[in-house]
Design a protein around this ligand. Structure first.
Ligand code: ADP
Length: 431
């Protein structure tokens, strides 16, 4: 249509120019006098018509050009929008913590995001187009995918598999339909809950451990009270024995409850990142801790050797640090045979300050090193209980170290004693 209009326009221009040329040229040359003026006027008129027609044509041309430009710009913006949307979707998919898999009805992978690749197929170069069953060997995942593929509504479930350790996922399968209502794919989303499950287990174990720890002294106290009620109260020698037993178990209960409260307080401070730290000389704090332990060492005939001459400063919470060091020194005294030696030192190790407690005790076998800082973990339960231990001392030390942005290390071999080292970041000195 547009080309027809253009053709007509061109024809009018050509005709006008032709007329003008014919009038001004041919007739002007052969007819002299007044007649020439008329001819010239006709030529001028024709020329004007041609000029107007040409202007109109140019205006229309410009109009069409502007329309085309607008349309081009619209198209360009549209393309950019599509690219931006595609990139946005890619970005969204790739930044998701959840593993996302789009599977066709044969179980072939149509799309996947980076988390899915890292979680399920770390060794596969290209997974698009491959059948999930052939590239992944996790039975519980396949069971879930089969269930989700058979369902016409969303499916929720849980799946877990071994990958260096147990990994647990909440899974959701969503059916995808075409515009015509035909089932074409299944979207699988896996949300990892391994850490949550671990914490739940730690909590359940902890509650079970606490109940067990409290049950023993409570049972002993109840037994002693019943024996007294059954007549032992009338027998002064037995009565004293049972009263002492009740006293010892009550002290044990108190120690467990106090350690539990300390630990809970430390965990809360740790969780809120709100430990109050001030500049102090750790060697002075360590000396205070050792002084508290002197009577126990004397009682067990343990020699205390000290090297606390460091005047290095660190950001500390003096009360918590003292408590941690008391726990380490008490343990060293508790588990070292009478006549042994415990050495406490403070020294610089690079950017760290090392507060070390070394003993000549039985030593700790390597298989216990990783777990010894767990709550209620003991190598010899009977010995720990007999010595008044709660099983929480080292867990407290570990938390105190963390609150100081430090850590605690154990160096030990069976038969060669143990060394526990609390490492604190040194405070930068101003020159
Ligand atoms: P406990 O109250 O039982 O001492 P801890 O948490 O302080 O609890 O210590 C956990 C376990 O680590 C102890 O029961 C003991 O078996 C072992 N342990 C701690 N310190 C020493 C040490 N210096 N030498 C040998 N074993 C130790």
């Amino acid at each position: 249509m547009a080309s027809g209009k253009w053709r007509r326009q061109t024809f009018v221009i050509a005709l006008s120019v032709g007329l003008a040329a014919a009038a001004g040229g041919t007739i002007g040359v052969f007819i002299p006098g007044g007649t020439r003026v008329d001819v010239l006027l006709t030529a001028a008129l024709a020329a004007s018509v041609a000029a107007v027609a040409a202007r109109l044509a140019i205006r229309r041309l410009r109009g069409h050009l502007t329309d085309a430009e607008d349309r081009y710009r619209e198209l360009q913006t549209g393309v950019l929008d599509v690219i931006a949307e595609k990139q946005g979707l890619e970005l969204l998919l790739s930044s998701m913590e959840e593993a996302v898999l789009l599977l066709d009805m044969e179980g072939r992978v149509l799309r996947s995001n980076a988390t899915a690749v890292a979680t399920l197929f770390p060794d596969e170069a290209e997974i698009t187009g491959k059948v999930l069953r052939e590239i992944v060997n996790h039975a519980s995942l396949h069971t879930f995918v089969r269930r989700a593929s058979d369902s016409v509504t969303s499916t929720d479930g849980e799946t877990s598999f071994q990958d260096g350790g147990d990994r647990h996922f909440l899974a959701r399968g969503t059916p995808i339909f075409s515009d015509g209502g035909q089932r074409v794919a299944t979207l699988i989303v896996l949300h990892e809950v391994t850490r949550l499950r671990q914490l739940e287990r730690v909590r359940t174990d902890f509650v079970a451990n606490v109940s067990h720890e409290l049950k023993t002294p409570i049972t002993t106290i109840r037994g002693a009270v019943e024996t007294l009620q059954d007549g032992a109260l009338e027998d002064p020698a037995h009565a004293r024995e049972f009263l002492n037993m009740i006293g010892r178990q009550a002290t044990r209960l108190q120690a467990i409850v106090e350690d539990l409260l300390d630990l809970t307080r430390l965990e809360n401070i740790d969780a809120q990142g709100a430990a109050e730290l001030s500049s102090a000389v750790p060697a002075v704090i360590v000396e205070g801790a050792v002084n508290q332990c002197c009577p126990a060492a004397k009682k067990r005939d343990i020699r205390l050797e000290l090297d606390l001459n460091s005047s290095e400063r660190a950001l500390c919470n003096p009360l918590l640090l003292e408590q941690a060091m008391v726990n380490l020194v008490v343990n060293a005294i508790r588990y070292t045979e009478a006549g042994g030696m415990v050495k406490v030192t403070v020294e610089v190790r690079g950017q760290l300050l090392a507060l070390a407690v070394k003993d000549t005790g039985p030593g700790i076998a390597p298989e216990h090193h990783d777990r010894i800082f767990e709550r209620f973990y003991r190598i010899d339960k009977g010995r720990s209980r007999a010595a008044g231990g709660t099983g929480l001392g080292l867990a407290i030390v570990k938390h105190v170290a963390q609150l100081h942005r430090g850590r605690v290390r154990l160096y030990s071999e069976v038969g060669k004693g143990s060394e526990f080292v609390l490492l604190l970041p040194r405070q930068a000195t101003r020159d």
